[in-house]
Design a protein around this ligand. Structure first.
Ligand code: AMP
Length: 568
């Protein structure tokens, strides 16, 4: 029986990974690193084949004996030359599969001979056959070729029996795919796909590298660094690290000493990149991806409002701007809590487990059901307000999580700020729950500190402990605080004071009154993630009735009825 195990393999353009079902649960085999094997194959200085990180590390210095992104060539007749020998894309891919399987054999200490391998939904027959062939060359029996969005959906929804439509937004290192799928009782159908074969993390890295090159042009009054491969390799490496840092922090400092120049003055680089500047750079590329999202929805004839979920797949979806733009476009917060780099492999393992007739549990992750943020001055319904809510940790974030953002005092000579911590989803802090706060004083002793701002960082762990720190960047002055039970339901969570006003339109008020009675009846049993939305809509309905805005009241009442219908 020991050879029965079927592994799930995500054979990606940039990274690949392998997963299995162990003790009923899907698990990525990390093999001592973080579970991602760069999809790179090379020959080392002695002519031996190397796979994964060693190959990727030599890629820039020895491009003639390193192959990257072979997935793009799968199904074509093109061969790639490594040293003196030509290799087919299938052969190169088989080395990557071989590396993954060998790590699985070592970790599990058992023979592995059967696999499910994933491919993009748009792969044609030749590309699928080539993938199958690669598996066979690696000594595997390929049980099935599975679509990547199908695998991702299974990682999230394998145990849900309700039919639902899902949008899978997959932004990796070099490719972007979006798919609309329908899932019912673990059976997934891909309804439409769209995307851009040349959009991904590498493009974002390149934008940062260009900033760094421009900075060096300025500093050195010379551009010889641009043609120096070693310098460019180091810049690219540093750029990628900075990009990742910006996914959780508002600033990244890039320091590279001795970039070049033995003998003469060494070329050192020190550059601070802000998240907002980086987001300006990548905005246009991401807007392009949103057009593909719209196209896939149109092709699938699914309205955004009919989507059950939006799933984030691929390492580049960790950039917060991706979630923000998707939420704006689709009107719902996307899910990225199942590790976006590993969720395709996990889904492939789930499929393997289901086919073997095993009981397979869903991927377990601890997430925060609430958003945590801070009260600031900002725009609220087009007006400047002191009750503006700035989210820091978005809801559905996987725990533990640390995120930070930068804020500014209102006047240059302001000596103190209030750091007020809120839990909830409403843009107006008054509709959220205040869970703590403190005063940060003694600020702005240094003249420039005002412009540099204050970085506020939230760290939330699985036990609901929220650590908060605020640091004045200009002076390094810092204070911190802790809230012990940030995830607990608050006493006033279920309190909802509503007042329909003195003299509203009677018919509208009656209808709204009935609806609000139903709201009160379900508050106790509403799931945390619906609660905030229900309260927001109830408040909005109250406001509309008070103002006598029938149109708005009708619209809000419709939305509210829909949610209540599901909960009652
Ligand atoms: P994948 O092909 O899905 O493994 O995605 C790889 C891409 O994700 C690379 O371009 C990485 O630089 C990028 N990536 C990984 N982690 C992060 C992160 N925390 N923030 C932004 N990009 C990331």
């Amino acid at each position: 029986m020991t050879s029965e195990l079927v592994v799930g393999i995500d054979l990606g353009t940039t990274n690949s990974s392998i997963a299995v079902i162990r003790r009923g649960l899907p698990e990525v085999l990390d093999g001592g690193d973080d579970g991602l094997v760069p999809s790179c194959v090379g020959l080392d200085s002695e002519g031996r084949v190397v796979v994964g990180s060693p190959a990727r590390n030599q890629a820039v210095l020895f491009p003639d004996r390193t192959v990257l992104s072979i997935k793009r060539k799968m199904g074509s007749d093109e061969v790639v030359r490594l040293g003196e020998t030509d290799y087919t894309p299938e052969r190169i891919s088989s080395y990557i599969l071989g590396e993954l399987v060998s790590r699985a054999r070592t970790t599990l200490r058992r023979d592995i001979s059967r696999a499910i391998i994933t491919v993009p939904a748009y792969f044609n027959d030749a590309q699928r056959k080539a993938t199958r062939k690669a598996g066979e060359l690696a000594g595997l029996k390929v049980e099935r070729i599975l679509n990547e969005p199908t695998a991702a959906s299974l990682a999230y929804e394998s145990d849900s029996s309700e039919a639902s439509k899902i949008l899978v937004y997959d932004l990796g290192g070099g490719t972007f795919d979006v798919s609309v799928v329908s899932i019912e009782q673990g059976v997934v159908e891909v309804l439409a796909t769209a995307g851009n074969n040349h959009l991904g993390g590498d493009d974002f890295d390149a934008l940062i590298v260009e900033r760094l090159n421009l900075h060096l042009d300025e500093e050195t009054k010379d551009d010889s660094h641009r043609s120096d491969r070693t310098v460019q390799a180091r810049l690219r490496h540093a750029a990628e690290a900075a990009k990742k840092k910006l996914s959780t922090a508002p600033f990244a400092v890039i320091e590279e000493d001795n970039l070049k120049g033995s003998g003469r003055t060494p070329l050192n680089l020190s550059y601070e990149l802000s998240r907002s500047a980086f987001e300006d750079d990548i905005q246009e590329l991401l807007q392009g991806s949103l057009d593909e999202v719209t196209r896939s929805l149109n092709d699938a004839q699914v309205r955004a409002g009919d989507l059950g979920r939006v799933l984030l797949v691929g390492g580049s979806t960790r950039m917060p701007l991706v979630s923000r733009l998707l939420q704006e476009r689709l009107g719902m917060a996307p899910h990225g809590e199942v590790d976006p780099d590993r969720c395709v492999a996990l889904g492939a393992a789930i499929q393997a487990g289901m086919e073997a007739g095993e009981e397979v549990g869903s991927v377990l992750v601890d997430i925060t059901p609430y958003t945590f943020g801070i009260r600031t001055r900002g725009d609220l319904d087009g007006l400047l307000s002191f009750h503006h809510y700035a989210p820091i940790i978005p809801r559905n974030s996987k725990l533990p999580v640390t995120k930070s953002d930068v804020f500014f005092s209102i006047t240059p000579d302001q000596a103190s700020v209030q750091v007020e911590v809120f839990q909830g989803e409403d843009p107006d802090t008054r509709n959220n729950t205040r869970i703590g706060g403190f005063t940060f004083d003694g600020l702005n002793e240094n003249e420039n500190a005002y412009e540099d701002g204050i970085v506020v960082s939230y760290s939330l762990n699985v036990d609901g402990i929220l650590d908060i720190s605020a640091r004045e960047r200009g002076t390094g002055k810092q204070i911190s605080g802790r809230i012990e039970d940030a995830l607990a339901a608050r006493p006033d969570d279920n309190a909802l004071e509503l007042d329909l006003g003195d003299d509203p339109d009677q018919a509208a008020a009656d209808a709204a009154g009935q609806l609000l009675e139903r709201v009160k009846a379900v508050l106790e049993k509403a799931p945390a993630e619906d609660l905030a939305e229900i309260k927001r809509l109830a408040k909005a309905l109250e406001g509309a009735v008070q103002r006598g805005d029938d149109e708005k009241a009708d619209q809000v009442a419709g939305e509210l009825s829909e949610i209540l219908f599901f909960i009652e």
